[in-house]
Design a protein around this ligand. Structure first.
Ligand code: NAG
Length: 338
């Protein structure tokens, strides 16, 4: 039987990615279908996680579409071989989905004040909450071109904040410092170095296909020098439908990104608090878009249906029961007579 496991349609170029059970390719994210490959075939495959593999030919085909979509942008992925293994490398967009503030390491005040704000390019939400000097000096020349890293180092609003602080009395300074500053929608508290990245804003990290969820999370936290432990966070693939799938620790986010397709209108990778996020299955996601009154009426309809089914079953079994009783009586009557 042909079972559709995974379908992705790119809104921009209208290409479709269909990965089916029969096509030797499985997604393994929204469903749990596994393709078990024989050991000898491993080389022809790319790992999606420790246990899940995708044929190399399929990933290469998806990659062509992926790179075509990102034509002329820095989000194209490169491939290389290492010990016969296919490695993908490139930038991975991660959206901030945090509800609580994060703590930032404070090295020295100068460094802490190197806050800058990403320029928003038309059509792209590229707010990097912080640009610490190290994060930008680490990057290669190519990444420097990335729209994510076009930043203004002399953000006017921030300079004003700094100047204001200098002219305050120590009492006022204290008061000012405890105040949460909002910088381009990102909240930043001077005193505690507590920071809440604007929900839904995007950042990116340079990763490769052999990096696990944990490694990608660590890289992101390291980039922004977040003090919180990696275990406090998780990555989710959030689908346009509202479907939300948590990346398991051993999964490879970049491979998943290629499988889900390049279009972020359809699916985005979010970083969220481990204790706040919740998976939303496809079945549930179908109902998310409805208003509460509509959902209430669904529940009402389901109740009515349940009621009808119960009545039907009750009638059926009481009919059976009375038939059996009748037969028993009949039998008893006959045996009495004998
Ligand atoms: C992937 O990137 C990580 C971190 O930069 C690095 O340690 C690792 O060696 C890379 N893996 C491959 C196969 O290139």
């Amino acid at each position: 039987m042909f079972k559709l496991v995974f379908l992705n349609i790119c809104l921009s170029c209208c290409c479709r990615f269909v990965i089916t059970e029969t096509g030797l390719t499985t997604c393994g994210f929204s469903c749990d279908l596994l393709e078990i490959f024989k050991m000898g075939e491993h080389q022809a495959c790319v790992k999606l996680s420790e246990e899940k593999l995708i044929p190399r030919a399929d990933i290469l085909s998806l990659l062509r579409t992926y790179n075509c979509y990102h034509e002329g942008k820095n989000f194209q992925l490169r491939t290389r071989e290492e010990d016969g293994e296919l490695i993908l490398e490139g930038l991975l967009n991660i959206y901030w989905g945090l509800r609580r503030p994060i703590r930032l390491q404070m090295h020295d005040d100068n460094e802490r004040f190197q806050l800058s704000v990403a320029k928003k390019l038309p059509g792209e939400a590229n707010n990097n909450p912080l640009d610490r000097p190290r994060a930008s000096s680490e990057v290669s020349g190519e990444e420097e071109d990335s729209p994510q890293l076009l930043r203004t180092r002399s953000d006017a609003s921030f300079m004003r904040v700094q100047r204001r602080i200098k002219t305050q009395t120590s009492e006022n300074l204290q008061r000012l410092r405890t105040h949460r500053f909002s910088i381009n929608g990102h909240f930043y508290n001077h005193k505690t170095s507590v920071f809440t990245p604007a929900f839904g804003s995007v950042t990116n990290v340079r990763v490769n296909s052999s990096m696990t969820t944990i490694q990608v999370l660590n890289l992101l936290l390291h980039k922004f020098r977040v003090e919180n432990k990696c275990e406090e966070f998780v990555l989710y693939m959030v689908h346009e439908s509202g479907e939300k799938t948590r990346f398991k620790d051993g999964e490879y986010p970049l491979v998943a990104r290629v499988l889900y397709g390049p279009c972020e209108k359809i699916s985005k990778i979010f970083i969220m608090e481990a204790d706040l996020g919740e998976e939303v299955t496809y079945d549930v996601a179908q109902y998310i878009k409805f208003e509460i009154p509509v959902l209430d009426s669904f529940v009402e309809k389901l109740k009515e249906e349940e009621e009808r089914e119960i009545n039907k079953l009750t009638k059926k079994y009481s009919a059976l029961k009375s038939m059996i009783l009748h037969q028993l009586e009949h039998k008893a009557l006959h045996s009495d007579r004998v």
